[in-house]
Design a protein around this ligand. Structure first.
Ligand code: NAD
Length: 252
């Protein structure tokens, strides 16, 4: 998608998994990439170098997406380094499986704070910036197949992603007249650090694969290509959708 060249993109939760693949993909598109890491800065220098090698530019910022001041710092970093913000990818997320009757208020709040409040703050601040600077940008939120598929022991996670679904649809309606598009990606089962322990266990891997019509667990790069499309003008008439990249899982 040639038109991402020179565009500025923020990717939250870029130090691993899907976020890392998205940041590297935008690097290949020769974009300016502002990446966040939460606590472990180890992979960032390597990623910055890789993005430069492929023709993009990159900077890494420590940020907790559920903190307003961190999100503001992120937007100002994009502005200071690259003078604009065209694409915001609210990717950071957490999950853990807990039977609902044992789920502590603390665990409930943590998941809602990162997955839903984090996506809201990232969307709000990015949209404010785009409005202020007259940019017809693209906001991409990382939802999940669990925005439509309920799942035992995932009540907090499913609630957070269900919230992201309607938040995105509402923002899409509100800012369509300004040319700002807001969409979700709904990954199915993707092999990343969030779930690799589960997927490395042959039994649970088999049970997950049985739910995927295409028969295999996806790769982060297969989500990154969807993010690149939603960011580019190739999707210029698309807003308010969840694009499921799930090997057909939601159609079972
Ligand atoms: P991951 O654990 O590799 O990546 C999550 C990233 O978010 C990490 O880099 C982590 O440091 C960051 N993060 C966590 N809390 C944060 C916070 N408070 N502030 C800033 N960053 C924070 O997992 P992943 O699979 O790459 O997940 C990325 C997104 O994709 C998540 O939103 C997840 O819910 C979603 N998702 C993943 C799958 C899957 O099967 N892997 C499926 C559906 C949706």
């Amino acid at each position: 998608y040639g038109d991402l060249q020179g565009k500025t993109v923020i990717v939250t939760g870029a130090s691993s998994g899907i976020g890392k693949a998205i940041a590297l993909r935008f690097g290949k598109e020769k974009a300016n990439v502002v990446m966040t890491y939460n606590s472990n800065p180890d992979p960032m220098e390597e990623m910055i170098a890789e993005i430069k090698e492929t023709g993009g530019q990159a900077v890494a910022v420590q940020a907790n997406v559920s903190q307003e001041e961190d999100i503001r710092k992120l937007i100002s970093t994009a502005h200071e380094h690259f003078g604009a913000l065209h694409v915001m990818v609210n990717n950071a997320g957490i999950e853990n499986e807990v039977p609902s009757e044992k789920l502590s208020l603390d665990d409930w709040k943590k998941v809602i704070d990162v997955n839903l409040t984090g996506a809201f703050l990232g969307s709000r601040e990015a949209i404010s910036y785009m409005l202020e600077h007259g940019i017809e940008g693209s906001v991409i939120n990382m939802s999940s197949v669990h925005e439509v598929i309920p799942w035992p022991h995932f009540v907090h996670y499913a609630a957070s992603k269900g919230g992201v679904k309607l938040m995105t649809e509402t923002l899409a309606l509100e800012f369509a007249p300004k040319g700002i598009r807001v969409n979700n990606i709904g990954p199915g089962a993707i092999y990343t650090p969030i779930n690799q322990e589960k997927f490395d266990d042959p039994e649970s891997r088999k049970s997950v694969e049985a739910m995927i019509p295409m028969g295999y667990i996806g790769k982060p790069e297969q989500i990154a290509s969807v993010a690149a499309w939603l960011a580019s003008s190739e999707s210029s008439y698309v807003t308010g959708i969840t694009l499921f990249a799930d090997g057909g899982m939601t159609k079972y």
